[in-house]
Write a protein that binds this ligand. Structure first.
Ligand code: ADP
Ligand code: ASP
Ligand code: MG
Length: 415
């Protein structure tokens, strides 16, 4: 019997009517002869509300208690969906993250280490639909742990890999992966296929349709992954190892991504000696803060220079205080912080072989008078840090410049 994981995001679970819609889709898959596991998110807006409550309770809340609070939204939707399914005559029961998902490292952004599949196997073999709250697991010290914002995607993929499911379907409020966020560019085009490699980069630079770790996990597990609409019965996007058919002929750039979750820190008057950058990164790593773009160029040997890097916006205050505490060890004159920045990126396998693509990106931004504050590149991606208020325009002009706009009469239809 085929085994499938269906994951439903926050908009799909927002309210009893929508949960009924989800339950009907789950019932259809169960009646079609599949063993079904469902991974659910909290209702849209609920996790934000819980995060805000934590902030109000304590400015620097204990991450373990933060996890206890923010994981609760998924517990509610899992129970509600299981009840709704039972009400429709479908055998179903909920499980909690601590029963299934072992996680480690930082609370609030934990990594999945293993999935205990025995309980799930038992339920599935008895013909019961397993309903599982996304985003949560149990840490090594037996405490509840959450997997970072958007983490239900990662829960779904990890569980699918853990129970050796035949595929994992991510149902959301758009009907697939687009060339860019269709809410910023209405003329974005839906991709029928995107490679794991491209999706990994797109998600890594802000395309939140999939949490980046879910893509890496699916790629390693060779798990068929799809993104689909929870509301419309239209074909979605397949995430594949290699493109085939019409997608092979497509543009060298798969998509443009936007990320507002950035803040810039500049340290001036940094000494030019081995180990300076390491002394800056060490306190940040110890605090579990990931650093994204790093720009450092010593102009003349022995002369002081500036170091610029970006951190997640929510971690800016924490990053600043971690660095200030180490000021004498690092040795810098001033720390400058700016959270009105954003990152725009082009992603595509074509970048590997065609240097003109990066140059076209820089020209396009320059023509619109958009200043690049920092640039980073990888084999299939170029990212530029720009002022946040220029972000939407940057995404639109790049989308057009790379020939990604859908023809006027066949726009992608985001739900
Ligand atoms: P869910 O609650 O279902 O997990 P998310 O809000 O996390 O949904 O992700 C879906 C959203 O991702 C869409 O509403 C869309 O605005 C955004 N998005 C960003 N980039 C893309 C893209 N390239 N393709 C599709 N959606 C995108
Ligand atoms: N509810 C969590 C969040 O909003 C996890 C998820 O929806 O994927 O980040
Ligand atoms: Mg999401």
């Amino acid at each position: 019997m085929p085994r499938i994981v269906m994951k439903f995001g926050g908009t799909s679970m927002a309210g009893i009517e929508r949960i009924r819609n989800v339950a009907s889709r789950v019932r259809a898959e169960a009646e079609a002869g599949n063993q079904v596991l469902v991974v659910v998110s909290a209702m849209a807006g609920e996790t934000d509300r819980l995060v805000q409550l934590c902030r109000e309770a304590s400015a620097l809340s204990d991450p373990k208690e933060y996890d206890v609070v923010v994981a609760s939204g998924e517990q509610v939707t899992a129970g509600l969906l299981a009840m709704t399914l039972q009400g429709m005559g479908v055998a179903a029961r909920s499980f909690m993250g601590w029963q299934l998902v072992r996680a480690s490292a930082v609370h609030g952004n934990a990594r999945v280490d293993a999935v205990e599949s025995a309980l799930l196997d038992e339920a599935l073999n008895a013909g019961t639909v397993a309903v599982i709250p996304g985003f949560q697991g149990v840490s090594e010290d037996g405490r509840l742990a959450t997997l970072g914002r958007g983490g239900s995607d990662t829960s779904a993929v990890a569980i699918a890999a853990g129970v050796k499911a035949d595929r994992c379907d991510i149902y959301t409020d758009v009907d697939g992966v687009y060339t860019t966020d269709p809410r910023i560019v209405p003329r974005a085009r839906k991709l029928t296929q995107v490679t794991f490699e491209e999706m990994l980069e797109l998600a890594g630079v802000g395309a939140k349709v999939l949490q980046v770790r879910s893509v890496g996990l699916a790629m390693r597990a060779k798990l068929p992954l799809r993104v689909l609409s929870a509301f419309e019965d239209v074909p979605g996007t397949d995430i594949v190892a290699d493109l085939s058919g019409a997608e092979m002929e497509r543009n060298e750039i798969a998509g443009i991504a936007a990320d507002r979750n950035e803040a810039r820190i500049t340290l001036t008057g940094i000494a030019d000696r081995p180990g300076t950058v390491a002394t800056v990164m060490k306190p940040l790593a110890a605090a579990g803060i990931s650093v994204d773009m790093i720009v450092h160029a010593a102009t003349r040997a022995g002369e002081a220079s500036d170091l610029t890097f970006t951190v997640p916006r929510a971690a800016l205050a924490q990053a600043r205080s971690a660095i200030e505490q180490e000021q004498s060890a690092i040795g810098f004159s001033e720390i400058l912080c700016d959270d009105a920045v954003a990152k725009v990126s082009i992603v595509g396998v074509g970048i590997r072989s065609n240097p003109q693509l990066a140059s076209r990106m820089f020209d396009t931004l320059a023509e619109r008078g958009i200043n690049m504050l920092a640039v980073t590149t990888s084999e299939i991606k170029v990212s530029a840090l720009i002022a946040e208020d220029a972000l939407d325009v940057a995404v639109r002009v790049l989308h057009t410049a790379f020939g990604l706009d859908a023809p006027a009469n066949s726009q992608g239809q985001a739900a």
